[in-house]
Design a protein around this ligand. Sequence first.
Ligand SMILES: *[C@@H]1O[C@H](CO)[C@@H](O)[C@H](O)[C@H]1NC(C)=O
Ligand SMILES: *[C@@H]1O[C@H](CO)[C@@H](O)[C@H](O)[C@H]1NC(C)=O
Ligand SMILES: *[C@@H]1O[C@H](CO)[C@@H](O)[C@H](O)[C@H]1NC(C)=O
Length: 329
Amino acid sequence: MALSKTLTLICRIAAILPVSLAAPASQQTLEDNDDTPLPLVIWHGLGDNFANPGLRDVAALAEAVNPGTLVYTIKLADDANGDRSATFLGNVTEQVAKVCADLAAHPILSTAPAIDALGFSQGGQFLRAYVQRCNNPPVRSLVTFGAQHNGIVDFRSCGATDWVCKGAMALLRGNTWSSFVQGRLVPAQYYRSPNVDEYQKYLEHSNFLADINNERVLKNQTYVENLAKLENFVMYMFEDDTTVIPKESAWFEEVNGTEITPLRARKMYREDWIGLRELDRKGGLKFRTTPGEHMQIDEKVLKEVFQEYYGTWKKGSAERYARLDGDDL
Ligand SMILES: *[C@@H]1O[C@H](CO)[C@@H](O)[C@H](O)[C@H]1NC(C)=O
Ligand SMILES: *[C@@H]1O[C@H](CO)[C@@H](O)[C@H](O)[C@H]1NC(C)=O
Ligand SMILES: *[C@@H]1O[C@H](CO)[C@@H](O)[C@H](O)[C@H]1NC(C)=O
């Protein structure tokens, strides 16, 4: 889950970056330069914490690609241990609400015209929840890596001596649908099984995912409107992900036994339960893959993401208008 494996590579690249970026920067017009990049908000994954040097390297890379970017790493506690523990334990509804309050009260973020967002693993679906429920300040581009947008049926994530993680997983397997577990154990709140009996229990008891995916009879229209307002929603799936089961959850695919139903063939898309179809029709929904195991992100991929989707406000708007022109032809 954590970013540690990518750390060395990212460090190396961050050191090289200023050189490799010199050329494109000098080609920028004055117009591009007089805008500050939009702030970038990052939500890390299970077992990670805001102080992880790997995350700081990601932030440094974002600043190197788009100089002047304010990077804000979401934290649910002021100390690293508490923040890590909150990735396993807590009520996700309350966690998202706290993040909403923190961002809305932040002196710089709250005055930005918009922010960009980067979610790693479970941080991906949690940032999506931020967009659907609050979106104040509003998100322009949401990029998620290996998120569990359609839930998990299993998690193979615990290190051999990671007792917090192992304890949490044992609890998850024991009594997933009790309100005790749903109110306290983070991964249980996006556990979802297509097995008929389990799916009914999920609809009844899921504290997070069934709500945020608008799977219940009453659909929350605010969710639809907010998500469809994104300019880009870029979903990366790790090709060799064996941690998130099923990995296709990163693309909202329904995996039922051997059968895989792509998002566009699903009812949640056809009836547009959360605004994904509308977003897709305006060209904002992107399905991407990247090689490797869960959270092994090549710094080259991150750099491309930062160049393509983040940066100045004008840059994004200009590209949007260019796209509209193209459509008109
Ligand atoms: C829909 O979601 C919004 C944002 O979270 C919330 O304020 C509102 O109460 C919800 N509406 C219903 C009917 O649950
Ligand atoms: C999670 O927190 C929300 C808000 O405080 C609360 O309404 C809900 O009942 C809690 N969920 C569980 C399963 O305890
Ligand atoms: C999964 O497949 C089974 C067997 O075909 C079916 O009964 C069930 O409804 C499916 N689950 C979902 C969530 O589509």
